[in-house]
Design a protein around this ligand. Sequence first.
Ligand code: SAM
Ligand code: CA
Length: 219
Amino acid sequence: MSTRTIALDDILYQYLVDVSLREHPAQTGLRAITHDHPYVRMQISPEQGQFMAMLVKLIGARRTLEIGVFTGYSALSVALALPIDGCVVACDINQEYTDIGQPFWEQAGVAHKIDLRIAPAIDTLDTLVAEGQGGQFDFAFIDADKTAYDTYYERCLTLLRPGGLIAIDNVLWGGKVAYAPDEDDTAALQALNRKLHADGRIDLSLVPIGDGLTLARKR
Ligand code: SAM
Ligand code: CA
């Protein structure tokens, strides 16, 4: 027993998956096809997808944002958790990646919920703000270029309703955030983690799932 979060070795991690992972066949299929992609490491873990789906259901989310789609596993996980008229505005710059996920979104019957915007995410978010959609979203997942995370966070805060939830991925950055920064991405994540700690606009929890997932609930 311990007063701190347990570390997971391979055996315990496999146990966790064995006794708790519930995937739609389309999620399993999308993970299998992404497994051979050179950037498979960018995909979130399945238990993180399941955790985010739980959050989306808990807050009764209907309109959501995703910044960083890759082959679409996180978008699929969230879309499956949304009601039939729910929507994920999914932002990415690389259609080659998202084309891999599209057939699996269709297989799961949720393609109609995923509004894919191929453009720099900041442009898509600024368009939504300009359209007067501030306060209209319930949930956002930030998982794209790390040096722009702070900008994405600020736009998402504008676009979310009070009580809405922002989930920010990779905030532990393989452990590198605890040391002197070796690169711009590490420095950006460190600065954002410090900023959020002091940010009175949100309730905060850093969850050690995957590579670290910060939950910021808009007050
Ligand atoms: N959430 C995804 C999943 O579950 O598989 C993983 C996302 S991956 C870590 C990051 C993605 O961000 C890549 O697909 C990349 O093309 C995209 N990206 C990078 N810079 C971007 C930008 N400026 N605007 C939008 N997307 C961007
Ligand atoms: Ca990530």
